[in-house]
Design a protein. Structure first.
Length: 449
């Protein structure tokens, strides 16, 4: 009877944690999307263009922050919790490690700023890089706290910090854009400074939450010190895995328009309909399902560390919940593609809306496969095999790139070849992640009370 209660509590805690992460991420995305409307009115197309030259660097940092560092720290934290050991040695080592890495990153960004600005052909963004540089170190520290809390199955700090981060960025951003609307270049620099200020505020928020943690929770069986090598061995493959999709998208932005331009005058528009339209729409249910992936790491990691628990059962449970959300979403996107496209992208022409509708329908299945892929990748991370998830995604993006390199040469297939190839890539990643989750075995030591 006691065992049943524990299992029910675990499932309840899992769903509650997943809901917090999903809600925080979704609200943050909505705030960020709404922010673009007044921002565009205040700084115009030129200002937005300057902003977008520098902002992708921050998005890359967020990719690492949202999945790389927190996922690895969450796994290591949950593992120690499962063994009844204190998590403080891990937190201290991780904090020292990523503070150093973050500071080095900030300094490098400052040093490379003149070269980046020159390469982009706009000296006006130089000040923006300097304004954004401190956020590299800030994001690193915030990520450690997020991972530590997630590993203890407390998803609330991550959700609250993501929402607060966006609110502060939007508040300062609109203030600066209004103050300097007559000097667009200065406005952009201060807009990027608003990003750094939002990260600084988020760090103070995380510190405040951490200091409210009861003292007994911070104590316990020390379980030995945690080496830097242990943390990096887990963090590097997780981070590489999280970077593969955005890096693949960067490669797509170079190859796809060139292949399409061989027979289509509107090659850039066609690529934009896929990357800025279909991918964005499909990404909504995927972002919601990310909460399940984040919550599965402590659940599966703790099960892997205990003699009487089954990580595979928790993996199947996480996958079931993901499929329960993602599969109806995929069908909904397929059947409601046309009204969704008309509502979200009202300014498109009739031909563009028709193309976007078909792209969403073709690409809809990826809402299911990509959602399941990220959950299964999180389970592999939780079981100490993040390198397998990274390898599987590398194989997937390679398959995708090779396939669309052939498909896009056909005018009859056109940009839809990119959707077909991406579907195939995510399907490959899904199947490989599922296979490895089924075949790998964990070496567990018996835990004594």
């Amino acid at each position: 009877m006691e065992q049943v209660k524990v299992q029910q509590g675990t499932k309840g805690g899992f769903l509650k944690g997943a809901a917090w992460i999903a809600a925080g991420g979704f609200i943050a995305k909505i705030i960020g999307a709404l922010y673009r409307i007044p921002l565009t009115n205040l700084i115009g197309g030129y200002g937005l263009g300057l902003y977008q030259l520098v902002y992708p660097v921050y998005c890359l940092l967020l990719t690492v922050s949202a999945t790389g560092i927190p996922s690895s720290i969450a796994k290591l934290t949950a593992e120690r919790v499962g063994k009844g050991q204190s998590t403080m040695p891990l937190l201290k080592t991780a904090m020292k490690t990523f503070v150093i890495i973050g500071v080095v990153g900030s300094v490098l960004m400052g040093i490379l700023a003149p070269f980046l600005a020159k390469a982009q052909g706009s000296e006006a963004v130089l000040g923006g890089y300097y304004a954004l540089a401190p956020s590299v170190a800030l994001v690193s520290v915030i990520s450690v706290f997020r991972g530590w809390f997630q590993g203890k199955n407390n998803m609330v700090p991550t959700a609250l910090s993501e929402i607060a981060e966006q609110i502060v960025k939007v508040g300062f951003g609109l203030l600066f854009a209004s103050l300097f609307r007559d000097d667009v270049e200065k406005a952009v620099i201060f807009l990027l400074l608003a990003v750094t200020l939002s990260e600084l505020f988020t760090l103070f928020l995380m510190l405040a939450i951490f200091h409210r943690v009861p003292a007994p929770v911070l104590l316990g069986n020390e379980g030995g010190r945690v080496g830097v090598k242990t943390i990096l061995k887990m963090s590097i493959p997780v981070t590489l895995n999280s970077l593969l999709i955005p890096l693949s998208s960067l490669l797509d932005s170079v190859l796809a328009p060139r292949l399409l331009s061989a027979y289509a005058e509107n090659a850039v528009t066609l690529y934009g309909l896929f990357s800025g339209g279909a991918v964005t729409v499909i990404g909504l249910p995927v972002s919601v399902c990310y909460g399940i992936a984040a919550a599965s790491i402590p659940a599966v990691a703790q099960a892997s560390a205990r003699e009487n628990a089954s990580p595979k059962k928790r993996m199947w449970y996480a996958l079931f919940i993901t499929a329960f959300i993602a599969l109806p979403s995929a069908f909904g996107l397929y059947f409601l593609a046309e009204p969704a496209a008309k509502i979200i992208y009202r300014s498109l022409s009739a031909n563009e809306l028709s193309t976007l509708t078909k792209l969403i329908q073709v690409f809809a299945m990826s809402a299911f496969t990509l959602s399941c892929t990220q959950t299964l990748a999180a389970c592999l991370t939780a079981r100490g095999k993040p390198q397998l998830a990274a390898l599987n995604m590398l194989i997937a993006v390679t398959v995708k790139t090779v396939v669309y390199s052939f498909l896009l040469r056909s005018p009859q297939i056109s940009v839809f070849g990119l959707a077909y190839a991406t579907n195939l890539g995510y399907l490959v990643a899904f199947l490989l992640n599922l296979l490895y989750n089924l075949v790998i075995k964990n070496k567990r030591k018996k835990v004594t009370a």
